[in-house]
Design a protein around this ligand. Structure first.
Ligand SMILES: [Zn+2]
Length: 111
């Protein structure tokens, strides 16, 4: 007997994907696919529930993987979290360092 499809994750956000709806499409293992929106670029990505929960699918797949250096200290800068380069306003308040190859990193300046 097929298990009842789980709709409890609809509307939830997993990494950079927001779950929009359960579709009747299945992947090659017969698992139901959810239609998700990539919060970084608004593209649609299909993923199973376990893909989302286990973090196997984090966004639409078009964004470069970057090394997470959060909480690491570089000289007087402590990396807080990666940001989009567009967040220029934050620069006034915090130091922003390009220590990561693909992404800028919000840093905390030790004074
Ligand atoms: Zn995307």
């Amino acid at each position: 007997m097929p298990r009842k499809p789980d709709t409890s994750i609809i509307g939830k956000v997993f990494n950079d994907l927001r779950v929009e709806e359960l579709t009747d499409e299945r992947n090659s293992y017969g698992r139901l696919l959810y239609r998700c929106t990539c919060l970084l670029c608004r593209k649609t990505r299909m993923a199973t529930k376990s893909n989302l929960i286990r973090g196997e699918v984090k966004n639409c797949g078009n964004h470069p993987v970057y090394t997470d250096i959060s909480n690491r200290t570089f000289g007087k800068l402590t990396a807080l979290y990666a940001i989009d380069k567009k967040q220029e306003k934050a620069e006034e308040k915090y130091g922003i360092a390009d220590v990561n190859a693909e992404k800028n990193v919000m840093c905390h300046m030790e004074v």
